[in-house]
Design a protein around this ligand. Sequence first.
Ligand code: NAD
Length: 284
Amino acid sequence: MATVIGVVARETPTLRVGAIMLGLQGKVAFVFGVASEDSIAWAICKSLAEAGVTLYLGYQKRFMSRVFQLKEKLPAIAGFYPLDVATDADTKEFFDAFGKENPGLKADILIHAIGFAPRECFDRPILFVEDESINTAFTISANSLQRCLKYALPHLNPDSSTITLTYAASTRHVPSYGIMSMAKAALECWTRELACHLGPEGHRVNAISSGPIRTIAAGGIPGFDNILDHVANNSPLRRNVTQSDVAGCTTWLASPLSSGVTGQCIHVDAGYSITMVPSSIMGE
Ligand code: NAD
């Protein structure tokens, strides 16, 4: 058995043809946001690797030992360097290190799977969250897309594809998501504006709005298990999505198969975002 773009299937010639048809063989990707085996970014790494992509990871120093262990499991990871998007200098550090070790090498894909908000953003009523915490949430979870692309651009081939990860609380109320709802709305706006700004050079920028998935970041959201239960019972597919579901769509967005798609926010959420009144009220 093997996993190709998130689909578990038998290792057959058809699968290999599928990987070739994606047009990603020999491409290079920056992947930001691997913290553990549960990270959505890790599933994306595995999916891109299956499609023939070489990976360069940016990791936050606090997750260094976990990322080092994971790296051993995926030969497609050719390099990994510290990345902290909290400041310009720490973001630039990644691209300086990449450029120094790989002179002239350009990437085709940038995965931005980064999110963070201080504890009080979830614990306090939104009316009373301090400016400093709000600013941190916006800097790390939204504005960092611009910061990453600013420093990545000299290292990107024309026709590159950037994919960020967002959540539906950007447009509709989700209890306890708090300040992150506003940060995700800003991230989606950055996605559209950067798509327009970079589109004339051929670069694409898209967002995937993922349904809830248990990860380290999700662990900080109060009542997260209740949200998982609710979605599993009320989404059209009657289940939650997995990291592989998101990775599959990401791999498609990274590939030339999606060459006409930019500035979009695509929901990978078992269809939950199209619902309003839960089917469960009818006993369905
Ligand atoms: P995760 O905890 O595995 O990943 C979050 C990543 O953000 C970590 O790798 C962490 O190192 C990185 N990060 C945080 N602050 C950073 C900083 N200052 N500099 C650099 N990196 C930093 O969790 P995840 O759920 O895989 O999150 C990935 C993305 O997916 C996030 O943007 C998250 O909001 C989004 N998302 C997650 C869910 C979910 O339910 N898990 C749903 C929708 C969207």
